[in-house]
Design a protein around this ligand. Structure first.
Ligand code: GLN
Length: 490
C-alpha cells in the first residue's frame, strides 16, 4: 500500500532506492482514482495503460542501475490546456472536445525527461476562464473537503486531484490566480512562477502576457522539485527568460535554510476590505505572527494602485483572449457546425455552438476594448495601470523580502453561489490578479481551516525570479506547522 501522505519527493526517493516499484505506486494511485473519482470529478482523461508501461520502464531502469530522472516513476497529472500528442487536449471546451495536439508542450517534454508517469489530464474552467471550475463545458468537479463546495479555478481539477491523492503532483496554469486560488480552496500548495520562468510552448493561450504554468503539490519541497523540472529557457517561447538574464536555480538545494533577517511586507488594505472573511483574516494573521515568532520583521508597505487590478485585468486578459481565441472557428481549429447555411455560417454557428457563455462574454468584452474608438480609453489605459501596479511592487520589494496576504477573500464557496453573477465571481481574485499583471511569483499554501473544516490558504509574493527565496520562506512556515499533512475524508 502507498501511504496517502507520501510526498512526490519521498516517493521518488523510495523508487530510486528500489524500496517500492513505480508500477506498484502507479497502480495504487490508479486504484484511488477508481475509488474516489466519482466523488471528485477531477479528470477529463486517463492514460492508465500508458502510465503503467511508463512505470514499468522506470522500474527496469532502476533495476538495471541506469540513471533515472528527477521525478522517477512518480505519477502526475496535467491540466487539460497543455498539449500532449497522446489523448485529447480539450481546455474543457466543447470547441476542442475532439482536438488531438500534434506535439507535446515544453513542460510535458520536461516531465517525460524527468521520468515522471503521466496519469491523465484534469478538468478546468473552459479555456481557463473562471474561478470555480464551474465553467467547464465537459464535467463537474467537487471540492474533496466538501462536495457542496467549489474547488476554485481554473485549475480546479489539478488541485482536487492532488488534495484527493489521485496524483502525487500536478501542473496548472495561472493567468489571474488559477493555480493559487484552487490550491487555497483544496488545501494544497500552488506556485505561480515569475512570468518567463517556465516556457508556455504548448500551453493553449488565454492571456498570453499573463499566463504561466506552475505546480500544485502536497508540500513546498514538492513544489521546488516540480519547478526544478519545468523551469528554464526554451527558445520556442519568445518570452521565456534567457539563462544570462535569470539563470535557473536548484530550488531544492537550500530549501531547508531559513531566510535570515526576513522582512515581511504587510499591505494594510488587504486586511481591511469588507469582503474578507473573518476566519480567513484570522488564519493569515496567525501565520504572520508565527513568522514574527521566528524572528521576522513586519513592515507596512503601500500598494496604492492594486485596487485597480481587477478592472485592468478584465480589459487586458479579455483583449488578449479575443485575439487568441479567434483561431477556433471550425476551419483552423475546433468544432465545426454540422449543416451550415453558407460559409459565413460555418464561422458563426461553429463558434456559437463550441464556446460556453463565459468564453463568449470575454471574447465580446475584449473585442470591444480593442475596437477603434475604445482602444485608447480602455485597453491603453489598462496597460498604463498595469505599469503603475508593477511599480508598486518594485517599490515594496526595495524594503521587504516578501509580502504575505490571503490567497482568496473567503473559504471555498458553495457550488452555484456565484454562477448567476459573473462580477461576484471575478471578485474572488482580488488578491491574486495583481501578481500576474506585475509578472512576479506567488505561492499559496495551507494556513488553517474554518470551523466547517474548509481549507484556508495564504499567499506569499516575492521579486521576479526569486522563487528560490520564496520557497524557502514558505518552507519555514511549513516546517513549523502541519496543515499540509491534513487530508480530506473520501
Ligand atoms: N479567475 C480568473 C479569471 O477568471 C483567472 C483565471 C486564470 O488564472 N486562468 O480569469
Amino acid at each position: 500500500m502507498l501511504p496517502d501522505n507520501l510526498s512526490a519527493l519521498q516517493l521518488r526517493d523510495k523508487i530510486r532506492a528500489g524500496e517500492i516499484s513505480s508500477r506498484k505506486a502507479t497502480d495504487a494511485v490508479l486504484a484511488r482514482i477508481e475509488a474516489r473519482e466519482s466523488k471528485v470529478g477531477a479528470y477529463l482523461s486517463l492514460f492508465a495503460e500508458q502510465a503503467r508501461s511508463q512505470a514499468a520502464e522506470v522500474d527496469r531502469k532502476v533495476q538495471a542501475g541506469e540513471p533515472v530522472g528527477a521525478l522517477a516513476g512518480v505519477p502526475v497529472a496535467l491540466k487539460d490546456n497543455m498539449c500532449t500528442h497522446f489523448g485529447a487536449t480539450t481546455c474543457a471546451s466543447k470547441m476542442l472536445e475532439h482536438f488531438h495536439a500534434p506535439y507535446n508542450a515544453h513542460v510535458v517534454e520536461q516531465l517525460f525527461q524527468a521520468d515522471a508517469v503521466i496519469l491523465g489530464k484534469t478538468n478546468m474552467d473552459e479555456f481557463a476562464m473562471g474561478s470555480s471550475t464551474e465553467n467547464s463545458g465537459l464535467k463537474e468537479t467537487f471540492n474533496p473537503w466538501d462536495a457542496t463546495r467549489v474547488t476554485g479555478g481554473s485549475s480546479g481539477g489539478s488541485a482536487a486531484a492532488v488534495a484527493a491523492r489521485m496524483c502525487c503532483a500536478a501542473l496548472g496554469s495561472d493567468t489571474g490566480g488559477s493555480i493559487r486560488q484552487p490550491a487555497s480552496f483544496c488545501g494544497v500548495v500552488g506556485l505561480k512562477p515569475t512570468y518567463g520562468r517556465v516556457s508556455r510552448y504548448g500551453l493553449v493561450a488565454y492571456g498570453s502576457s499573463l499566463d504561466q504554468i506552475g505546480p500544485l503539490t502536497l508540500d513546498v519541497p514538492d513544489a521546488a522539485l516540480m519547478l526544478n523540472i519545468i523551469a528554464g529557457h526554451d527558445a520556442r517561447d519568445s518570452t521565456s527568460v534567457s539563462e544570462d538574464m535569470a539563470p535557473k536555480e536548484d530550488y531544492l538545494a537550500r530549501l531547508e535554510e531559513p531566510v535570515e533577517e526576513l522582512k515581511i511586507g504587510i499591505v494594510r488594505e488587504f486586511f481591511e476590505g469588507e469582503g474578507l472573511d473573518v476566519q480567513v483574516k484570522t488564519a493569515v494573521e496567525k501565520a504572520i505572527a508565527a513568522y514574527k515568532d521566528m524572528g521576522a520583521i513586519l513592515v507596512e508597505v503601500p500598494l496604492p494602485h492594486v485596487k485597480y487590478a481587477i478592472a485592468a485585468y478584465y480589459l487586458i486578459a479579455t483583449a488578449e483572449a479575443s485575439s487568441n481565441l479567434a483561431r477556433y472557428d471550425g476551419v483552423h481549429y475546433g468544432h465545426r457546425t454540422a449543416n451550415p447555411a453558407d460559409y459565413i455560417d460555418v464561422y458563426m454557428s461553429s463558434r456559437a455552438e463550441g464556446f460556453g457563455p463565459e468564453v463568449k462574454r470575454r471574447i465580446m468584452l475584449g473585442t470591444y476594448a480593442l475596437s477603434a474608438g475604445y482602444y485608447d480609453a480602455y485597453y491603453l489605459r489598462a496597460l498604463k495601470v498595469r505599469n503603475l501596479i508593477r511599480r508598486d511592487f518594485e517599490n515594496a520589494f526595495q524594503q521587504v523580502d516578501c509580502l504575505i496576504c490571503p490567497t482568496a477573500p473567503e473559504p471555498p464557496f458553495k457550488r452555484g453561489a456565484k454562477t448567476a453573477d459573473p462580477l461576484t465571481m471575478y471578485l474572488t481574485d482580488v488578491y491574486t490578479i495583481a501578481i500576474n499583471l506585475a509578472g512576479i511569483p506567488g505561492l499559496s499554501m495551507p494556513c488553517g481551516f474554518t470551523e466547517d473544516k474548509l481549507p484556508i490558504g495564504m499567499q506569499i509574493l516575492s521579486q521576479p525570479f526569486s522563487e528560490a527565496k520564496l520557497l524557502r520562506i514558505a518552507r519555514m512556515y511549513e516546517r513549523a506547522t502541519d496543515w499540509h499533512m491534513k487530508q480530506p475524508n473520501l
